[in-house]
Structure formats: structure tokens, C-alpha cells
Design a protein around this ligand. Structure first.
Ligand code: ADP
Length: 442
């Protein structure tokens, strides 16, 4: 037997946010560089006075696009996020410096691109990372100006400007300062902002975690007194039920029914709460899914016959063995069957079906009940989501939430197809190989 814990903890949330931020940065960087390159290619033949070399700038745009594609590829292959962030941001800073050189050196507004890189660095690598990337940018820019000044690399003059030799050095220093100061200041401001945002995020996650554990404690403590109340009512009915008159017995039965509903609600809330906190353990084992569905349908048959409903199980291949938590999946099947009985009027038909579809099985419960109006079809899978109806509520609105979490925890999904007045089909899928932690998502 194998067990796996559902992970939706704070760390994972932060991790996936980092991955999302990095993916966005890589995408935007790719789009910006390709856009700039297209712009240069399109304008250089038109604007005669611009002498930007299209070949070199296009090659640099290509390099930047390769960095983006490699980064996104690495992200998908699970390479360390920090390593991808450091490498790609350093590469962008150097590519920007070379682009600045080929688009006119100190004469272009291209150094503004450094600001974008340091802002991205502050969110991906924190304040320290942003400072280092800002230094890489301004040092590489200084090196470029120095090499241009010494004549090691030829300055690309995009305008007809000539520098007086006596003032050339001073002008280049002023130019460097005009680029370096805003870049370094931006790295600090953006770094502070990113750190504050991270702190606020972590505080929010912590307060949500505390709220969850408080709710968990309250619900847990409710279970014992409710069990005592329902147990006493059972005993009272068993021992003194005969001596009571009809009204008294009905009152007691109502109290017993409500107590059991409350106990069910507490149990479901506890499990949902555990799953949300990532503390619910799946006990995985090979399970014959057809047998499991048949056991659950058999358990309901007597009640179905009493209510005059026809219960069937069809299209079941006994070969299909899947890796799942049998207790949890039993609860999903039983919840769906109970709902079908609860909402289908007398004389209706309920069918349970198991089908193999590629690498997964799909279990469906089909009824001839009232159906679900389209606007409620997503809402009923949310906590306390119910179809609005006249008269007293029939349930808690938590059963389908638990079903959805259980299916997703196994790497599957749940959905409903329905026609108002004709009936509903609730179906959920489960991968045959079983769940992997990475797939767990709520
Ligand atoms: P509960 O049944 O305890 O209210 P569920 O989460 O199991 O909670 O179901 C949510 C709502 O979805 C129900 O209140 C009901 O309005 C609707 N529903 C569920 N199953 C069916 C069904 N088979 N036919 C019609 N409506 C249904």
C-alpha cells in the first residue's frame, strides 16, 4: 500500500507563483525583443539617417528569443527556477548592452530596457538579486562605452553627430551616470516593493492557515457532543419508543434525523478542511473499480426498491484495476448515488456506469430527476453550492465539493451534464495509474 499527502500548502503556492512570474517575464522579454527587432528592420530602410545594422540587431533579438524559449523549456522540464532566473536575466542584461551598442551606443534610449530587467529581477530574485543584475547591466554598459572610447569597437553612429575629442570622455561619463543612477535606484525601489509584496503574501497565507486550523479545531470538537446526542436519541428510541405516543416518537425521530445530518455535515467539513490544508492522506491500493461501484450500488438497492426507483449498473468491465483510495472513491460514488436518489422522484431510473477511456476510467451516475439549470452547473461543486428551490433544503451543499476534491486529488476531474426536466449525468474520471502529488490542485 502506498500513501501520498495532498499538497496545497503555502510553500507550493509561493513556488508556483514564482514559476508563473518567471514564465511571464520570459514571454514578455521574447515579445519585446522580437517587436523591437521587427521595428528596427521595418524603419531602417525608411529613415535614411538611421544607420542601425539590421543583421546584428536581428541576431541579438534572436539570441534573446532563444533565451526565452530555453527558459520556458527548462521551466517545463522542472529545472530550478532560481537558476533559470539568474541565467536568463544576466543574458538579457548583456544582450541589451550589445543591442545598445549596435543601435547607436550613448545616442539611443535603449538603456531604458535595463529598467525592465531590474524590475523583473526584483520580483524573481529579491532585492539582492535586483542589485546584482543592475550592477551587471551598468558595468557591461561602462565596458561598452570604454571600448567605444578606446576605439576597440567601432561606435555605431546613427545620427550625423561628431564628438569633440576634448569633451568626448566627459560626455560619455555623464551618459553612463545618466544610465547607471536610474538603473541602480530602480533596482532598490523595485526590490523593496517586491520584498513588501512577498511579506504581505506570506502573512496572508499564514493568517489563512491559522483560520483553517481554528475552523478545523472547532469542527473537530463539535463531533463528540453531536455523536453523544445522536447516540442517546438512538438509545431513547430503542428503549422507550414503544411507550411513547405517535407525536412524541415523530419528534424524537426528527431530532435523530437532524442530529445525523449534522454529524454528516461535520464529517464532510472536516475532510474538506483537511484537504484544503494539505493534510489529507490518500491510501492508495489497486482497486477493481467495477466491484467498488457494484458494492456501492448494492448497498443502495434496498432503499431504491422501497422508493420505487429502478437502480442499474451497466457497461462494467471487471478487468479494470486502478490505483486509488477505495474509501474516498466509495464516498464519491455513494454521494453521487445518494444525490440521484434524493433528487429523483418515485418511479425514476438511476444507472451507474463504468467505462475505460484511454488511460483513465470514467464513472457516471445517470438519473431521470429534475435536472440542473445551466447557471447552477459550476456553482454546485463549490462549498455550500445548491440549486435554488422552493421549500426546505434537502442537504448541506458539501457532498459535491468533497467529490470534486477527491477526484482532483487522484489526478482526475468531475463534471455534470444535465437537461432540465429530463435528468442529470454526474461523471468523474480517475487515471488508471493513480495520482501523483504534482497533479493535486484545488
Ligand atoms: P447536498 O445534496 O447535500 O445539498 P451536494 O453538494 O451533494 O449537496 O449537491 C449540491 C446541490 O446540487 C444539491 O443541493 C442539488 O441542488 C444539486 N444536485 C446534486 N445532485 C443532483 C441531482 N442528481 N439532480 C438534481 N440536482 C442535484
Amino acid at each position: 500500500m502506498n500513501s501520498s499527502t495532498l499538497n496545497s500548502n503555502a510553500e507550493q503556492t509561493i513556488d508556483s507563483e514564482e514559476a508563473r512570474d518567471l514564465r511571464n517575464t520570459l514571454l514578455y522579454a521574447g515579445i519585446i525583443t522580437i517587436g523591437l527587432s521587427v521595428m528596427i528592420l521595418a524603419t531602417s530602410p525608411l529613415v535614411i539617417s538611421l544607420q542601425i545594422p539590421p543583421m546584428e540587431t536581428t541576431l541579438l533579438a534572436l539570441c534573446s528569443a532563444i533565451v526565452s524559449v530555453l527558459g520556458i523549456y527548462g521551466l517545463q522540464r522542472g529545472w530550478p527556477i532560481k537558476a533559470i532566473s539568474w541565467t536568463s536575466l544576466t543574458a538579457y542584461a548583456i544582450i541589451i548592452t550589445m543591442t545598445i551598442h549596435y543601435t547607436g551606443g550613448p545616442l539611443t534610449p535603449m538603456p531604458a530596457l535595463y529598467l525592465l530587467v531590474v524590475v523583473a529581477a526584483s520580483f524573481l530574485l529579491g532585492r539582492q538579486g535586483a542589485t546584482i543584475i543592475a550592477f551587471v547591466s551598468v558595468v557591461s554598459y561602462a565596458l561598452m562605452l570604454l571600448l567605444e572610447y578606446l576605439g576597440v569597437i567601432k561606435m555605431v553612429l546613427i545620427w550625423d553627430i561628431t564628438f569633440e575629442p576634448q569633451t568626448r570622455g566627459a560626455l560619455l561619463i555623464i551618459n553612463w551616470l545618466a544610465v547607471a543612477i536610474p538603473t541602480l535606484i530602480t533596482s532598490q525601489l523595485a526590490g523593496v516593493l517586491a520584498e513588501r509584496l512577498k511579506e504581505t503574501n506570506a502573512e496572508l497565507i499564514e493568517s489563512e492557515r491559522m483560520q483553517n486550523s481554528l475552523t478545523h479545531m472547532i469542527i473537530h470538537d463539535l463531533r463528540n457532543p453531536i455523536t453523544a446526542v445522536t447516540g442517546s436519541l438512538d438509545l431513547l428510541l430503542m428503549t422507550l419508543g414503544d411507550k411513547m405516543n405517535g407525536d412524541q416518537r415523530n419528534l424524537l425521530k426528527n431530532a435523530q434525523h437532524s442530529g445525523k445530518m449534522l454529524l454528516g455535515l461535520v464529517g464532510e467539513l472536516l475532510d474538506i478542511n483537511k484537504m484544503e490544508a494539505g493534510k489529507f492522506e490518500l491510501h492508495l491500493e489497486p482497486v477493481n473499480i467495477c466491484k467498488l461501484v457494484a458494492q456501492n450500488t448494492e448497498a443502495m438497492r434496498a432503499a431504491a426498491e422501497l422508493e420505487g426507483q429502478n437502480l442499474e449498473i451497466t457497461a462494467c468491465s471487471t478487468e479494470t484495476v486502478i490505483n486509488c483510495d477505495p474509501q474516498l472513491i466509495s464516498r464519491v460514488i455513494s454521494n453521487l448515488l445518494t444525490n440521484a436518489f434524493k433528487y429523483t422522484p418515485e418511479g425514476g431510473a438511476i444507472t451507474a456506469k463504468v467505462e475505460r477511456e484511454g488511460e483513465e476510467v470514467v464513472i457516471s451516475v445517470i438519473d431521470t430527476g429534475p435536472g440542473i439549470p445551466p447557471k447552477y452547473r459550476d456553482h454546485i461543486f463549490e462549498k455550500f453550492g445548491q440549486v435554488k428551490q422552493d421549500g426546505p433544503r434537502q442537504g448541506t451543499g458539501l457532498g459535491l465539493t468533497l467529490c470534486k476534491m477527491a477526484a482532483r486529488a487522484h489526478g482526475g476531474d468531475i463534471w455534470v451534464e444535465s437537461e432540465v426536466g429530463k435528468g442529470s449525468t454526474f461523471a468523474f474520471s480517475l487515471p488508471i495509474v493513480g495520482p501523483s502529488d504534482a497533479k493535486v490542485e484545488f
